[in-house]
Design a protein around this ligand. Structure first.
Ligand SMILES: Nc1ncnc2c1ncn2[C@@H]1O[C@H](COP(=O)(O)OP(=O)(O)OP(=O)(O)O)[C@@H](O)[C@H]1O
Length: 265
């Protein structure tokens, strides 16, 4: 496997002394180029902490994250994040096209006009070609998150980190956006890591699911989702392999097994 991201022995303790909260207890996993990996775990186990550490936005107590073989100590060029709270991640004073173009701020070799054209292409890819001149606050929540996804893709990042990106949208929009994200990931051969507490979503989206324990969190186990890249909201969710994987992950999280050694299914 061509490893893009390698997390080894990640620990994180917030606070000190009596207030210390050991969140990550030694998390290790890898992400291969072109893979879609979901990370799922019990509520409050440290999923966001882990994602922020991968993005270079969160200092660790110990352990290392490497991106393309380089230790991550600050947000690396080549990693983009789509946050859950799109209302705070989009600039209300910029129109949607300029919000997407902002994702290319660190892309070299493109003129402003080329960035605007590319932003328009990305808006089209997420089905919002007619909304470039509008502002985020003129769009529904699902549409705003599509702008944020377009911005993530426009940054031409090798790795897209998705922190519960669909948690704040309604159920129907959520299913549509799962398919949109999968389609975009396939089209752009985008390596993705999705953090979610939704087991069904984790399995539906991923080539591989990393299951976390509760705090102090380690990897309980990993499960390969052998369903091919193309998924379908109805047939995939009825597939025996999907149901078996869902059962496995759900059982693990419900029983909240503690610190078992990592294994790959
Ligand atoms: N900056 C911080 N300072 C202190 N404690 C923090 C900080 N950030 C997170 N925590 C605590 O660490 C624990 C893990 O938080 P985190 O948001 O990483 O988990 P999560 O799995 O993403 O949570 P959720 O399932 O609620 O989305 C929580 O108990 C949280 O209160």
């Amino acid at each position: 496997m061509d490893v893009v991201l390698n997390a080894q022995g990640l620990t994180k303790t917030y606070g000190k002394g009596i207030d210390a909260l050991e969140v990550l207890g030694g998390v290790s996993f890898t992400v291969g180029r072109g893979e879609f990996v979901s990370i799922v775990g019990p509520s409050g186990c440290g999923k966001t902490t882990l994602l922020f550490a991968m993005a270079g936005l969160q200092a660790l107590t110990s352990g290392t994250v490497t991106f393309n073989g380089r230790v991550v100590t600050a947000p690396p060029r080549g990693v983009a994040v789509v946050f859950q709270d799109y209302s705070r991640s989009l600039f209300p004073w910029k129109n949607n096209r300029d919000n997407v173009a902002f994702g290319m701020a660190r892309v070299e070799g493109l003129s402003s006009a080329q960035k605007r054209d590319k932003a328009q292409d990305m808006l089209e890819a997420v089905g919002l070609s007619g909304f470039g001149d509008r502002y985020p606050w003129q769009l529904s929540g699902g549409m705003q998150q599509r702008v944020a996804i377009a911005r993530g893709l426009a940054s031409q990042s090798e790795l897209l980190l998705l922190d519960e990106p669909l948690a704040a949208v309604d159920a129907q929009t959520r299913a549509d956006m799962q398919d949109l994200l999968l389609d975009l990931a396939m089209r752009f051969k985008q390596t993705c890591v999705l953090v979610t507490h939704d087991v069904e979503e984790a399995v539906y989206m991923a080539d591989r699911v990393v299951v976390l324990t509760r705090r102090p969190t380690v990897v309980d186990h990993e499960i390969v989702i052998d369903l091919g890249k193309k998924r379908d909201q109805i047939t995939t969710r009825e597939d025996a392999r999907f149901l078996a994987a869902r059962h496995d992950v759900m059982t693990s999280i419900r029983t909240m097994r503690c610190a078992a050694p990592a294994k790959v299914a």
